[in-house]
Design a protein around this ligand. Structure first.
Ligand code: XMP
Length: 324
């Protein structure tokens, strides 16, 4: 793409100018935006960049491993990966209030990232003075219009936004002028695999906000399995790229079922899929009932602990995309 290759060159120059010989830290979230920002910055300044991936244990099946191997093996970009799953899941156990969950996760993320940043600063190569973020244009707009609008917090978002103020670092934000589809085009231009670039958005607090009622390792495992099957069926039906975002929510409700000649008393799983342009508004996806039947049958047969599947037909507004 001509425009993107020009943009890429322009941004590389700009990053070099801003950073000089300085060091840059980048927090990888596992999502597309921070990954594209990191690869672009690496192209500009090479090993002046250090990436940090905080694994909170709330990712989808294999997603954490995919980011780590994409950076280390595919791109050969140095990456510090911190397994903090015990810490996060431990602090979340017994917490069911959605905002409390979000605040715990956001706070722990900053603690863990800060501790890593201190270690990196002590490695003899000088303290990093820059922090890279994959902020997009809609993120910029959203925070502006929110501050001018009514002061109602629907959800406190967790991303790397809380870091700079506390860490007193200068920001490097090469995607600030781009929309999501442009970031995807730039990612392809930079050689990120299509399967990675086309990923559905995933919230910073991860699967924790898809477990209403409380988080535990056992529930996370059940949700991860069911979610993977649901997405597999979506891909097989050729629907992945038409849908903005699809995921499963494991409900804290048990219902009676029958399997073989026995009674079951297991959890209900809700499936969600929406179309959207920017996530601000969304429509529920009008699946063919045969598709839903297929997905439900597979999930109930293959995932122990689930015996009923329902589909969420709420658009945004009045619903939000995530349940919490
Ligand atoms: P809602 O649920 O507010 O979500 O309709 C809109 C979009 O934002 C994602 N989302 C988040 N993304 N940190 C993020 O980076 C968050 O805390 C967060 N909460 C929701 C959500 O998945 C959807 O794409």
């Amino acid at each position: 793409d001509w425009t993107m290759s020009a943009y890429r060159e322009q941004m590389i120059e700009k990053i070099r100018k801003q950073v000089g010989k300085g060091r840059v830290l980048c927090a990888l979230s596992g999502g597309v935006d921070s990954a594209v920002a990191a690869v672009l910055i690496h192209e500009a300044i090479g090993d002046q960049l250090t990436c940090v991936f905080v694994d909170h244990g709330l990712m989808r099946l294999n997603e954490g491993d995919q980011v780590v191997s994409l950076f280390r093996e595919h791109f050969n970009i140095p990456l510090v990966s911190v397994d903090a799953s015990d810490l996060f899941i431990g602090k979340l156990e017994g917490v069911s209030d959605p905002e409390t969950k979000r605040k715990i996760i956001g706070g722990l993320f900053i603690d863990v990232f800060e501790a890593e940043a201190k270690k990196i600063a002590a490695d003899g190569k000088g303290a990093p003075e820059f922090l890279a973020q994959g902020t997009l244009y809609p993120d910029v707009i959203e925070s502006v219009s929110f501050s001018g609008g009514p002061s109602v917090t629907i959800k406190s978002h967790h991303n790397v936004g809380g870091l700079p103020a506390r860490m007193n670092m200068k920001l490097v934000e090469p995607l600030r002028e781009l929309f999501k589809d442009e970031v995807r085009a730039l990612g392809r231009e930079l050689g990120l695999p299509d399967s990675f670039v086309g990923r559905h958005p995933f919230p910073g607090p991860g699967l924790a906000i898809r477990l209403p009622g409380g988080v535990s390792r056992e529930k996370l495992d059940i949700l991860r399995k069911a979610d993977a099957i649901y997405l597999d069926e979506i891909r097989k039906a050729g629907l992945y790229d038409t849908i903005w975002q699809a995921f499963a929510v494991l409900l804290p409700v048990q219902t009676v079922g029958v399997m073989g000649d026995g009674r079951t008393y297991d959890s209900v799983l809700a499936l969600r899929a929406v179309t959207s342009v920017d996530g601000m508004t969304a429509d529920f996806y009008p699946y063919d009932m045969n598709f839903l039947g297929r997905a439900a049958t597979r999930i109930i047969n293959e995932v122990k602990g689930i015996n009923r599947v329902v589909y969420d037909v709420t658009s945004k507004p009045p619903g939000t995309i995530e349940w919490e």
